[in-house]
Design a protein around this ligand. Sequence first.
Ligand code: NAP
Ligand code: F7E
Length: 341
Amino acid sequence: MARRALITGITGQDGSYLAEHLLSEGYEVWGLARGQANPRVSRMRKLLSDVQVVRGDLLDQGSLISAVERVQPDEVYNLGAISFVPMSWEQAELTAEVTGMGVLRMLEAIRVCSGVSRGVSSAVGNIRFYQASSSEMFGQVTETPQNESTGFHPRSPYGVAKAYGHFLTQNYRESYGMFAVSGILFNHESPRRGAEFVTRKVTLGVARIKLGLATELRLGNLEARRDWGFAGDYVRAMHLMLRASKPEDYVIGTGRMKSVRELVQAAFTAAGLDWEQYVIVDQALHRPAEVDLLCADPKKARVQLGWEPTVSFDDLIAMMVESDLRLLTDGGDPDQDSSWP
Ligand code: NAP
Ligand code: F7E
C-alpha cells in the first residue's frame, strides 16, 4: 500500500516541491489547507491536482486532531508557519502562535491519535514527524560554519518561535519515543519563492526593469550574507530524514555564503544590466536586529543521508530571473501566480 504523507504549509514554496517529490515516490499526499476562501488553496488544487486537501489550521488544535484521524498518515511534514522574518516583529504574538505553538499542536495531535497519555513515557505509534527548523535559530552566530551542535542566538521573534518548535520536537522524541526530527534548513529559493523574500524581490525587480515596467529597486541591508540553495534539493533532504533508520536532526545548506550585494550583481548580470544604475538602499528596509551571516556545514547530511545540493548559486539566480522574465512577459501577476510550472 502507498505510504501516506500529510503536509502542513502545502500552499507554500516548500509544500509544492515536497508534494511533487513525494508523489513521484509513489506516496498518497494530503495537504492541510486553512481559510474559508484562500486563493492559494485554489491555485494549489489546480497545479497539484493529485494532492488531496484536508482542512485545518495550526491555530486550531481540534482541526489538527481531525486531520490526523482522517488522513491516518505515515509521515507528517510540518512546514506551515509565518515565515517572513520582518512580519514576526509586526505580529510577534501571531508568529509565536503559528510558528511556535503550532508545532506543539501538531505533535499533540499525533500523540492523541496514537492513544498515548500525556506525560507518560511510551512509544508513540508509527507516525514519523518532520519539523521545518531554520538557520534563523543560529541568529548571531557563535561559530562559522554552523552545524548541528552550534548554539542558538535567535535575532527575531520568528527565530525564537522556531527555536521553541525545534526543542519541542526533540522533547517529544525523548519523552514519547516519537520518530520526530528537525531539519535545520538554510535559505532555499526557487521561482516559486514568495515575492517578499530578497531573492525573489530582486529577480522580479530585475525582470520589471528589463521589461521597462520599473526604473528602480529599493533594498535594505546589502551586506548581509546567506547560504542560498535550491528548494527542490532541500525537500529531498526532508524526505531522507524521515526515511532514515534513526530519528536525528540535520543541518541542510550548501556550505557557501554570498552577500545580498553579490545576489544583486548576479541577478542584474543575468539580465545584462548594471545594478548600480537601479538599486537604491532604503534604511526603512533594514531590520531591528539583523542576522549578519549564515553558512551551513552540511557534512552530517552528506555522510549519513547521502544528500548533496545540485544547483549552484549562479544557476539558481539565473533560473529565477529567466522564470520571472517569462512570467511578466506572459502577463502573469507574481503575487497571484508566483512562478509555478
Ligand atoms: P512559505 O512559502 O511562506 O509557506 C508557509 C506556509 O505556511 C503556507 O502554506 C501558509 O499557508 C502556511 N500557514 C501560515 N499560517 C498557517 C496556519 N495558521 N495554519 C496552517 N498553515 C499556515 O514558506 P516556505 O518557504 O515554503 O517554508 C516552509 C517552512 O520551512 C516554513 O515553516 C519556514 O518557516 C521554514 N523554513 C523555510 C526556509 C526557506 O528558506 N524557505 C528556511 C528554513 C526554514 P497559507 O497559504 O494559508 O497562508
Ligand atoms: O532576507 C536582507 C535581509 O527575507 C535575507 C526565510 O525563509 O530564510 C528566510 O529568512 C537577507 C536579510 O530571508 C532586503 O535583511 C536586504 O539579511 O530573503 P529574506 P531571511 O530573513 O534570511 C530563513 C532561513 C527562514 O527560515 C525564513 O523563513 O536579505 N535584505 N534587503 C532584504 N530582505 C528582504 N526580504 N527584502 C529586502 O528588501
